[in-house]
Ligand binder design. Structure first.
Ligand code: APR
Length: 248
């Protein structure tokens, strides 16, 4: 059941804080693969081979190859923010209250669309960091285990600035503080399989009494946890939902 217009009016009048969680589905129509759809990334690779700290120790060449391919795909000029990314940027600008966008995506499409109050909880593909020193920097090239750190000069320590399975997502204190204070929580384009993100809906519901909305191509694993839901492609659902929120 979609969020009713009278509830939207109340949220707008109260300038209710909004927290939005996005996943790979929002970038699908920009041309990037999701993870768990039939043509998704985890149909071709095992998580344990490319997305864990152990994988980086045991087979750094494969891990670098995996992220080099994804980095090159993201930098393809055909990959651009879509109408859903743009609509969320517009919501941040025009909504009377705070809007925090938390993405699980490591692409940069929300930022390119103009979202500013943005947390990349799983890191960013276009950044690297060094295990030997405190370097954290933008990076658009391929990376190899022989690549020397531009700061400390050592090889073997550079890694993508992404959160692997078994590692702690980023900025969780800020995210939980916002969830505990929001009036509306929206989850867009995520299958609800990966925690802690999959548990945000319960935090928003139980701690803040927020209205909770799922916008996704199909019901997610946690679909029954949401008060309201609409199913379809993000480029149609998200602009329509943002229009409904903003219309006075
Ligand atoms: N519009 C909206 N939703 C879509 C679209 C679309 N055009 N296409 C696919 N989806 C939905 C799918 O139905 C699915 O529910 O997006 C969801 C994508 O789910 P996943 O592939 O599991 O991606 P995500 O939930 O972001 O994965 C979470 O898992 O492997 C990790 O770290 C990775 O951040 C990622 C995390």
């Amino acid at each position: 059941m979609p969020l009713r217009p009278d509830l939207i009016d109340i949220l707008r009048d109260e300038a209710a804080p909004i927290v939005i969680l996005t996943g790979a589905g929002i970038s699908k129509e920009s041309g990037l693969h999701t993870f768990r759809d039939p043509d998704g990334i985890w149909a071709k690779y095992d998580i344990s081979d490319v997305a864990t700290p152990d994988a980086f120790v045991n087979n750094p060449d494969l891990v670098h190859h995996f992220y080099n391919d994804r980095r090159a795909a993201l930098l393809d000029s055909n990959i651009q923010p879509n109408a859903a990314h743009h609509a969320l940027a517009r919501l941040e600008t025009e909504w009377p209250g705070d809007v925090l966008l938390v993405t699980q995506n490591i692409d940069d499409l929300h930022g390119r669309a103009g979202s500013k109050n943005l947390i990349h909880m799983h890191g960013e593909l276009l950044k690297i960091r060094c295990n030997h020193c405190d370097l954290l920097t933008a990076w658009a090239d391929d990376l190899a285990k022989e690549t020397a750190c531009p700061a400390c000069g050592k090889a073997g320590g550079l890694r993508p600035h992404v959160v692997w399975f078994g590692e702690m997502p980023l900025e969780m204190d800020r995210i939980y503080a916002a969830l505990g204070d929001c009036g509306l929580f929206m989850s867009i384009g995520t299958s609800g399989n990966v925690y802690p993100a999959a548990g945000f809906v319960q935090v928003a519901h139980e701690e803040a009494g927020a209205e909770t909305v799922e916008l996704n191509l199909e019901p997610s694993t946690g679909a029954t946890l949401f008060d309201h839901s609409t199913y379809g492609p993000a480029t149609e659902l998200v602009p329509a939902f943002v229009d409904a929120l903003l219309k006075g």
